[in-house]
Structures are given as C-alpha cells and as structure tokens.
Design a protein around this ligand. Sequence first.
Ligand SMILES: Nc1ncnc2c1ncn2[C@@H]1O[C@H](COP(=O)(O)OP(=O)(O)O)[C@@H](O)[C@H]1O
Ligand SMILES: [Mg+2]
Length: 254
Amino acid sequence: MSATMTATPAATATARPLLSIRGVETFYGKIQALKGVDLDVGDGEIVTLIGANGAGKSTLMMTICGNPRARSGQILYRGEDISQLPTHTIMTRQIAQSPEGRRIFGRMTVMENLQMGTTLVGQEHFDDDLRKVFELFPRLKERAGQRGGTLSGGEQQMLAIGRALMSRPKLLLLDEPSLGLAPLIVKQIFEAVRELNRNEGLTVFLVEQNAFHALRLAHRGYVMVNGRITMSGTGRELLAREEVRSAYLEGGHH
Ligand SMILES: Nc1ncnc2c1ncn2[C@@H]1O[C@H](COP(=O)(O)OP(=O)(O)O)[C@@H](O)[C@H]1O
Ligand SMILES: [Mg+2]
C-alpha cells in the first residue's frame, strides 16, 4: 500500500488557474477569520491547504461557496468573480463540497444520499455516475441499502465524497476527509482522490490538518496561520521544509 502513496508528480506549470483567490477577507461579526488570502488552484491540480486547528481553513473553503461571504477580495472561478453570487448559484458552477464533519443524511440510505448529490444535474447520468462511485468505493455498493448514520466514519467519508461526485464536479472541495479515521482508511480515501485526479482530470482543493498525507498527495500546497498564507510550494518542497516539519509533522501520524 505504501508504494502507491509516493508523491504525485508536479502538474505542468502551465496549468491555467481554475480558481484564483485574491485578497480575500472574511469576518464572523467583528472577528476577522481571513486576513487577505491569495491562493491558486490550477485546472487538473490537487492543491492542499494545511494549518493548525482554528487557522481559517474551513472558513476559506466555505467562503469559496459563498457562506460566509468574503467581505473583500475576489474569488475567480474560470475567470468569473463568484464572490458575490448566492451559494445556490455557485453550486451550479460544477463546484462540489465535502464539508468538514461529512454531514451526510443519517436517516437516509446510502443510495438516497447519493441521489441527493444529483439534485442540480438531474438523473440523465445517474447510472453511469453511480457505477463509477461504486467502483471507486466498493464498500458503498455493499452498503447501498443501509442508513447513512449506521456507517463507520470511513464509510461516511466515502459517502460524502461519493455524493459530491454525483453532482459531476469540475472542482472538488474536501474539508478534512481524514479527520478521526484510521491510517489504512485515510490511505484508501487519499488513493481514491488521486485516481479521480489522474483518470478523470478532477481538480481538487483539499483542506487538511493531516499535513503529511496531504502534502504527499498534492501537487502544491499552502500553509495557513491565523487567517494568512505563510508558505507555499510543491508538496515535496513543503514536506522538506523545517518550519513545516516542526510545526505540522513531528509527532504526527506517519
Ligand atoms: N461560525 C463561527 N462564528 C464565529 N467564529 C468562527 C465561526 N467559525 C469559525 N470561527 C472562528 O474562525 C477562526 C477560523 O476557524 P476555521 O475556519 O474553522 O479554522 P480551521 O478550519 O482551520 O480549523 C477560528 O478562530 C474560529 O474560532
Ligand atoms: Mg476546519
């Protein structure tokens, strides 16, 4: 298994930006959570954002989706500033989110949860897309009739990603998919993300406290401290940096 977790080669430097975040500031009341964030996600890239608990990672991901809204700055998606669009409009732009804490529907079955992912795109591709999700996560097929709330943490995470995929995204936003999961399950989930990126060309923005695995998976990464980006580079470069190692890797699970 570990042989398949070697660092992903860097995406071509010419990858055009799918998402460009410029000077974004986000507030909760008077508390400023994002203090001028610049970040790019190229078309076809896996980009990760790492940082300690409370740094502002989830806030950035949610700001991309328009809730909370950026108070200033720009969020350019395919060149269009989406920062002032309503969330439901942003979600029609082929952006899908697997939020922190998974938020699957516990009383609905696995199949019903997956059907919820198709609300915006209709049923036309349902069979094809379902087959792909089941190929990616065979466990979900075995559990298709089971209620979401009865799944293990890892299965719930697979379901959250599967549901996001059913909306046929171009850009997949993943918030802490490894949270609370056993290392073997984390590897399976990250390997699935890598396959989606390689085989389907899916662009991925991955928020993680699990810096080691995230930086090995991602083409490029950013470090966030207290609402600001403090470092960026290829996954490999960041993994090698002393500041990253001492703050995010030493004593971590790897
Ligand atoms: N709904 C909220 N209301 C007020 N403050 C919040 C809210 N959500 C997050 N925060 C604050 O914003 C900061 C960034 O939080 P968050 O984006 O969740 O960080 P991370 O995802 O990196 O752990 C933290 O100081 C947190 O306490
Ligand atoms: Mg978070």
